[in-house]
Design a binder for this molecule. Sequence first.
Ligand code: ZN
Length: 283
Amino acid sequence: MSTSPANSEEAPKEERSQAGDLDGAPLIDSHCHLQSLESDERELAMDQARERGITGFLVPALHLDEAEDLLDFCHRHPDVWCALGTHPHEASEWREGDSERLRALLSDPKAVAVGECGLDFFYDHAPREQQIEVMREQWSLAIELNLPVVVHNRDSNQAMLEQLLLPEFEELQADFHSFAGGIEMGRELIELDCYLGFTGMITFKRADNVREVIPEVPHDRMLVETDTPYLAPVPFRGKANQPAYVVEIATRLAQERGESLAELAQRTSENFFDLFAKANEDG
Ligand SMILES: [Zn+2]
């Protein structure tokens, strides 16, 4: 495999991982779609991540039909939790009664958040009005159940803010995963006490616009994530992503903030358990 130490020795200097030392600190991949890997690959990817010191994984659902499988998977692994919900790409699938169905699924101790849900006006796989309505139903449920939401937001800042600022969503606790919404949106979300999840995008050369917000994020509002299988960080860019690479992402985030990797890993892990508090209760 190209990620083995032998091969990385042969890689040109700029292709080598700059990963720092975790020094025993915990590190959690707060967003990885392990369900999109074949089951043997999935186990291997998790083992490789654990070998590098990754201590937890949050797997967000894309639609409700996979919820039972996801819960079964989480119950086989003490270090894996899931978010359950309907992704904006799948918003057309949402049926009458799905709110009830989701409420029942969320009673499982392994389901620690609602999501991923949100808006995607880049792909527009579902009509925008429907995306908004499906997101609203999931947010209302999250507030009712006192659970956080994992939010997907692409090219939809304005519509997203309109909803976020409504009094009915004042109590919403949100992880804006794979944050790349620009400095203005970042500031709005920080003002609203949202968490920002950073991916491998922060390691990309031409991503100053994604990195810009990093120094302004309060230390208790940052999360790190791979968004596996997408967005592999440098020096693995273009390959399939995997949770082990969250070390490269955390290393870069720490550099941008002038912190050690161990400090940043410890901090983002604490943030994870603060936001996804239900994960503390599950043994
Ligand atoms: Zn996702």
